[in-house]
Write a protein that binds this ligand. Structure first.
Ligand code: NAD
Length: 482
């Protein structure tokens, strides 16, 4: 790390195991104050080329490294991250805004993912085992993976890519969001003596860097997490040289509350499922369908929770909900709240929020029409429409009437009844009586415009591989024709 002209610390990139700085830098803002507190390198074509070359040079050695050794390196990475969790957690809060306890949780979750992914077996399947031949199906690494991640979970979503890609024998160039580059730059620095040089390269830059990466011919695959609009551009760019893609995109998740729930028992979980991380979660509840019988009671309970929620600087102990992560997102969500109010919909606002920084009150909308912007679009901020429904068929149709299909939830005292509803939702994940859950063992991905492919689980790991079928004859000699 160095300091720039203004005295702000500038974090270094990691390319080929070496620290790399650039003359130009991008400022990093603490969203709780709106002030710049650090800077990150602004990589251009030269640094990108250098990173891709380093990753390509490392690939042959890394893929030939025995799996047990690759696994050991990943476990070593998990240990190094855990040892530095306190420092990384504080940095996370400063750049991302999330309250300290939750920030540290993400650091530990990333380490957990490294360990768990290292334990997943990459199988060799036997497609045929007959008198004449055996056919083995192998899963081989692809080469250099381009990983691009957003600002809402800047460390965990990077771990979801790094761990499986590296276990499978690939090398990587990863780019964090320009809004939250520091934690991943710092983690790469901490791992310089844990992973062989060039296996994991982390570079940062402004808006030009992402498109430059997806167009770079040196990558075999792009693993992208971000908005649906950007995901479409990524796929278009990847198509030019048929790079493989995994796209984890936006969501407009519905949670359906059946009339048999205990309102007081579910209210808090429903609230956190929507507003955790100040509602900047791809798999957050973004449309809350409540049965008519309990609508008024649950709405009032949720409003009471919103009024008592403590919104503020994540560095303060009492804070439950931090700021919006960046100025453009703050402006977008603020405008959506104003537009929703101007359209005459009833807003139920949470308590006061700090004036300085990117803060907005946690806001509920009382039964707006299905075609209102706040229902149709992914807000990705603290405004949640509460929607009244009367029958299961009706609510399933309304929940599925979205261009998105990331996750969903069903809440009921009767798990079997909830399961019947869960089966009918067109989403990649459905939770019953819980939300925001993910695990390294279960695939997570989106239907429709929420993405292509999955992350996590064996299926997610195999997305970082190329399938190869090998036909092995039982006897010597040559088989001709069919
Ligand atoms: P974004 O699409 O604006 O940016 C994501 C990343 O892509 C950033 O690193 C950005 O610099 C980069 N990027 C921007 N333009 C690019 C381009 N043309 N080519 C290549 N890269 C480019 O998204 P965001 O605002 O950072 O994140 C919020 C969105 O991400 C929400 O829609 C959210 O639902 C989604 N998300 C999805 C998941 C999931 O698992 N499905 C997880 C988290 C967030």
């Amino acid at each position: 790390m160095q300091n720039n002209q203004t005295g702000a610390p500038v974090y270094s990139m990691t390319i080929g195991g070496e620290p790399v700085m650039t003359t130009a830098t991008i400022p990093v803002i603490n969203p709780a104050t709106g002030s710049v507190f650090a800077a990150a390198p602004d990589a251009g074509a030269a640094e990108l080329d250098r990173a891709v070359s380093a990753a390509r040079a490392a690939f042959a050695g890394w893929r030939a490294t025995p799996l047990a050794e690759r696994r050991a390196r990943l476990i070593g990475a998990a240990e190094r991250i855990e040892q530095n969790a306190r420092e990384l957690g504080a940095l996370f809060t400063r750049e991302q805004g999330r309250p300290a306890g939750f920030a540290r949780q993400e650091i530990h979750a990333a380490a957990y993912w490294f360990r768990a992914m290292a334990a997943i077996d990459v199988p060799v399947e036997i497609a045929e085992d007959s008198e004449t031949r055996r056919i083995e199906v192998h899963h081989e690494p692809l080469g250099v993976v381009c990983a691009i991640v957003p600002w809402n979970f800047p460390v965990l979503l990077a771990a979801w890519k790094i761990a499986p890609a590296l276990v499978a024998g690939n090398t990587m160039v990863l780019k964090p969001s320009p809004f939250t580059p520091l934690c991943m730059l710092r983690i790469a620095e901490l791992l310089r003596d844990v992973l062989p040089p060039g296996v994991l390269n982390v570079i940062s830059g402004g808006d030009a860097l992402g498109p430059m990466m997806t167009a770079h011919p040196g990558f075999a695959k792009i693993s992208f997490t971000g908005s649906t609009a950007t995901g479409k551009r990524v796929m278009e760019s990847a198509a030019r040289d048929l790079k493989r893609v995994t796209l984890e995109l936006g969501g407009n998740d519905a949670a359906i509350v059946l009339p048999d729930v205990d309102v007081d028992a579910v209210a808090e979980a429903l609230f956190f499922g929507a507003f955790y991380n100040t509602a900047q979660v791809c798999i957050a509840t973004k449309r809350l369908y409540i049965h008519d019988d309990i609508y008024d009671a649950l709405r009032d309970r949720l409003h009471a929770i919103a009024r008592s929620a403590r919104v503020g600087d994540g560095a303060l102990k009492e804070t439950q909900f931090g700021p919006l992560q960046n100025a453009p997102q703050y402006r977008r969500v603020k405008q959506l709240i104003e537009e929703t109010r101007a359209a005459g919909h009833v807003l139920l606002e949470g308590g006061p929020v700090p004036e300085q920084g990117y803060f907005l009150p946690l806001t509920l909308v009382d039964n707006p029409p299905d075609d209102s912007r706040v229902v149709v679009e992914e807000a990705f901020g603290p405004i949640l429409p509460l929607l009244r429904y009367r029958s299961i068929d009706e609510v399933v149709a309304r929940a599925n009437a979205s261009e998105y299909g990331l996750a969903g939830a069903v809440w009921s005292a009767d798990v079997d009844r909830a399961l019947e509803v869960a089966r009918r939702l067109d989403t990649g994940t459905v939770w019953i009586n819980q939300n925001l859950q993910s695990t390294p063992q279960a695939p997570l991905g989106g239907h429709k415009h929420s993405g292509i492919g999955v992350e996590n689980g064996l299926v997610g790991l195999l997305e970082f591989t190329q399938t190869k079928s090998i036909y092995i004859p039982r006897q010597a000699g040559y088989k001709t024709g069919f």
